[in-house]
Design a protein around this ligand. Structure first.
Ligand code: HEM
Length: 888
């Protein structure tokens, strides 16, 4: 710029009455600072300013979020991105420093300079960007600092730490500017010393100076690799990872130029000092930032397990790297330094100073308003329906508004199982948005919660989408009904219909439906020549059994339109019931977003479900009129005018039974067949077949008896193991307390959501032994030759729940699984397809982890006939026997 410089700054002598007076020339960028305009004190030295700039720049980003960036891109992209962004920032910095030196005035900022040198519009946009960034960054810093403190003191509500930090921050910032500058000097000095120390540590580890004397070199650049892929595979995936890395590494640089020029209005002798500060700052920025990430890339592998665990201290790549190197205790020290990185932060402070040191502004009032607003804001953002439960551990890392929802990801059961092991608490509290929930994980604790407190946990919570939108027409299903008189009646009616003695009424239906599985599998597989997916047959089996039970109606074709519609709508609704998929149940503000997709989808599904339920009920009415109705729940109730159940209650019972069956049986039985079809499973199939023959030397008898009694021990063992291992409803159905529960001294108040992590309990090594994570039907047998069932003392597994709201259909479920397995295993040997084999991992087998009930990934099997002639004869007999059942 060639303009004549303005006269030297009058503030140098500390005379605060005199504002900065530019020369008013026609061709210069004159500054319209009136003489008496309130201004700031010039109390900062170049050293203060340099450290304030550092304090604001080195923080959360470099210490912690670099972990996520490393995990996203790998070491090469991490280092490359830092170099790239450093260059970018350098250019911006040199430009704005020039302006700040020229006009070192109060309020000198990107917005002010843009306004002054470019246009009002740019200044306006930059100003709002500034407001937005501070509105996000200050709470972010305070929250992150609270998380770090949580590293040592888990379980204390983050609001406590945030309050303390906020008060400290305010005290620090209302001190006169030179004290503030000194405090920043000390804090930032500690931070810089830490970084330099960490870089030295990386250097030592690089050359093999760690406890194990292992020379790291650039080992982690080779294993797990220099560059990661993201979303896509191959080069395209690497490109996505590179872009994502650049974007995420911008955070540590946020406000870097601003921090340098932000002190211009308070620094002594700005013309001399601002460029000096900028010069020192720039080369150190490059050395320290790029040096740090090179250090990180040396000591921390990009696949270290904690890097993506959120923003808490264990996600710091330094902590992960130090742990990896086996250096004990140092991680805690680094955490302390990280905490300092936030605690000494000054974005907020610096701006307050600009307000505070003005002559006429009401600093106290401003401070009070800011504190009050911040308090109200975070109280609202942290509010939950139930206050923190004293004495019960809380998982660290809850963030405002969302609580733990984002940390819980898609698969709540697996994440909670991991937390149980990581924090060593089987029972803990979490925040699902505005809802506090207690999660129970170990087998013994689940049992104690459900059985020991069965009266207290008899209720179910109401959720906005499912209860308010989807269920507004047909009433709640039993499994989602809060505990009241109507629910009691519905549960009693369903319990009677599904009781063990009542099962005899359904023999014809069980005979027919399990026969149809074999009939169609035989045809579609051309008696074993073509590989097939067994799930559609089992879906029809499960759906038809409950449809006949409720309406006396069935569908013969596997791909019947109505059948597929019911299955589709059911699965889609199951997705909307899950906390991970449907955040609006826990974050009420989301409900009011325009074009609420969740509500629109819910309404559409509700209409589709109403349509088929009405269709089914009208069909029953018509059959009653024509005298062709079959014995079923709805006909019995429709005919009985004395019934104590309302129309909505009848619908609700039928809906509960229909969905209860088709959502769970296919998942369990299909995945069980997957495990049996593996190489290891061949031996289980052979032993099962032997056991069938031991009880029924004539297989024809096994076919006619299997739906009447569950007598074959090996098949019972498979049924139990399928239920345990493939916990299709991994988080069970949520419960809600109606009265206080004293849980080892912690008082869980009424109306608290209780989540039973059945998946975790079912794979608890302390209960099921070290092989709890593998499928093994023989765990349920006490002898193998001949197979005899082990005595189970009470509860075998958690898949049906237990206690006051246990699954009403569990006897029916066991009978359905048993009958189908006897018939399939006695007719065919099942071998997994080589091209599309089953996934038998108890977490990964599920294709929709967000859904309330698991839907297994598709796979195919080959059916090898055991005895073609006998099977053909048996099917013939079954066809004759069932021909007239449920014929319309
Ligand atoms: C493998 C098959 C099944 C599994 C794994 C299963 C699992 C479950 C679970 C976990 C619950 C919640 C229990 C609790 O809160 O403690 C439940 C409730 C229920 N299930 Fe099942 N279920 C199965 C089959 C069935 C069948 C076939 C029916 C009906 C035909 C059925 C009807 C119900 C009903 C009505 C409830 C609600 C009970 C209440 O809230 O009072 N279930 N089931």
């Amino acid at each position: 710029m060639n303009h004549t410089p303005p006269p030297s700054d009058k503030h140098d002598n500390g005379d605060e009455k005199e504002g900065y007076q530019p020369r008013q020339t026609s061709d210069s960028f004159a500054v319209e600072e009136p003489l008496h305009r309130p201004s700031t004190k010039r109390g900062l030295t170049a050293r203060h300013a340099l450290f304030i700039a550092w304090g604001g720049t080195v923080g959360t980003g470099l210490f912690i979020t670099t972990g996520k960036t490393l995990a996203t891109g790998g070491p090469a992209f991490l280092v490359g991105s830092y170099v790239f962004v450093s260059v970018l920032v350098y250019f911006i910095l040199t430009g704005v420093v020039e302006m700040a030196t020229f006009l070192p005035v109060r309020g000198g900022s990107m917005s002010r300079y843009s306004d002054r040198f470019v246009s009002n519009s740019l200044g306006f946009a930059m100003g709002w960007l500034h407001v937005y960034a501070f509105a996000i960054l200050v709470p972010f810093e305070l929250t992150a600092c609270a998380m770090l403190v949580d590293f040592w003191q888990p379980g204390i509500n983050s609001a406590v730490w945030i309050s303390i930090l906020l008060v400290l921050q305010v005290i620090l910032n209302v001190l006169p500017v030179r004290y503030y500058g000194e405090a920043e000097f000390v804090f930032t000095g500690v931070k810089l010393a830490t970084i330099v120390g960490l870089m030295l540590l990386s250097f030592v580890l690089f050359w093999g100076g760690g406890p194990d004397r292992h020379r790291l070199g650039f080992h982690y650049w080779k294993d797990p690799g220099a560059a990661n892929t993201l979303i896509l595979e191959g080069d395209a995936g690497r490109l996505v990872a590179a872009v994502a890395t650049v974007i995420s590494c911008i955070l540590p640089f946020t406000f870097t130029p601003e921090m340098v020029i932000g002190t211009a209005a308070e620094i002594k002798d700005p013309r001399k000092n601002v460029p000096r500060v900028a010069k020192h700052f720039t080369w150190r920025l490059v050395v320290l930032f790029v040096g740090s990430v090179i250090g990180i890339s040396v000591i921390c592998p990009s696949n270290a397990s904690n890097l993506t665990s959120g923003s808490d201290a264990v996600a710091s790549p330094w902590v992960a790297g130090i742990r990896q190197a086996g250096i004990g205790g140092l991680d805690s020290v680094i955490n302390a330094m990280d905490a300092k990185a936030y605690g000494g932060n000054d974005w907020l402070g610096h701006h307050w100073h600009q307000i505070k040191d003005q002559e006429h502004a009401g600093p106290l009032l401003t401070t009070v308003v800011v504190v009050l607003l911040t308090y109200v804001l975070y109280t609202v953002m942290y509010a939950t329906d139930i206050p923190h439960i004293q004495g019960m551990p809380e998982i660290p890392g809850a963030i405002p508004i969302f609580g733990h929802l984002l940390k819980l990801g898609d698969d709540h059961a697996t994440v909670c199982e991991k937390w149980w092991r990581q924090y060593n608490h089987s029972v803990f509290q979490v925040k699902l948005g505005n809802t506090r929930a207690v999660v129970v994980n170990s087998f013994d604790d689940c049992k104690k919660m459900l059985l020991g407190n069965q009266n207290a946990v008899i209720d179910r919570p109401k959720l906005y989408t499912f209860h308010g939108v989807i269920s507004s027409t047909q009433g709640f299903t039993i499994g989602s009904s809060p505990w009241d008189e109507s629910c009691k009646k519905k549960r009693k009616a369903a319990g009677t219909a599904m009781s063990r003695p009542a099962l005899r009424n359904y023999y014809p239906m069980l005979d027919l439906e399990s026969y149809c599985i074999l009939r169609d599998m035989k045809t579609d597989s051309v008696n074993g020549q073509v590989e097939i997916d067994v799930r559609p047959y089992i879906q029809r089996y499960a759906l038809n059994t409950t449809l006949t039970l409720c309406y006396g109606i069935r569908m013969d074709a596997v791909y019947d339109d109505l059948l597929r519609e019911i299955l589709h709508v059911g699965s889609a609704i199951s997705l909307l019931r899950s906390a991970s998929e449907n955040l609006q149940d826990y974050i009420p503000a989301l409900r009011y977003l325009p074009n609420n997709e969740k509500n629109a989808r819910s309404k559409e599904l509700r209409e589709r479900r109403d349509a088929y339920l009405d269709h089914l009920l009208n069909k029953v009415r018509e059959m009653i009129k024509n005298g062709t109705d079959k014995p079923c729940i709805s006909a019995a109730i429709l005919k009985d005018e004395e019934t104590k159940l309302s129309g909505v209650e009848v619908s609700s019972i039928c809906l509960s039974l229909v969905s209860g069956g088709f959502e769970t049986i296919p998942g369990t039985l299909t995945s069980c067949i997957g495990s049996l079809s593996t190489e290891e499973g061949q031996a289980w199939q052979d032993r099962a077949y032997e056991d069938i023959k031991r009880h029924y030397p004539d297989i024809r008898d096994a076919w006619t008896d299997c739906f009447k009694a569950e007598t074959i021990p090996y098949i019972n063992a498979i049924v139990k193991e399928a239920g345990r291992y493939y916990t299709v409803s991994s988080m069970s159905l949520p419960r809600r307390t109606v009265s206080e529960i004293n849980w080892n001294g912690a008082i869980i108040p009424p109306k608290t959501m209780i989540l039973i992590n059945a998946q975790a309990g079912n794979h608890d090594v302390d209960h099921f032994g070290s092989d709890a994570g593998t499928f093994g039907p023989e765990r349920w047998l006490k002898t193998l030759d001949p197979p005899t069932e082990a005595d189970i003392n009470g509860l075998g597994h958690l898949s049906f729940g237990t206690g006051s709201r246990a699954c009403s259909g569990q006897f029916m479920a066991s009978r359905l699984l048993y009958s189908a397995l006897v018939r399939i295993l006695s007719s065919y040997k099942i071998v997994a397809s080589k091209e599309s084999p089953p996934n038998t991992d108890y977490v990964e087998y599920n294709q929709f982890k967000t859904a309330l009930v698991a839907i297994p990934k598709e796979f195919k099997v080959k059916l090898i006939p055991r005895d073609t002639a006998t099977t053909a004869e048996i099917l013939d007999l079954a066809e004759h026997r069932t021909r007239e059942h449920y014929k319309e």
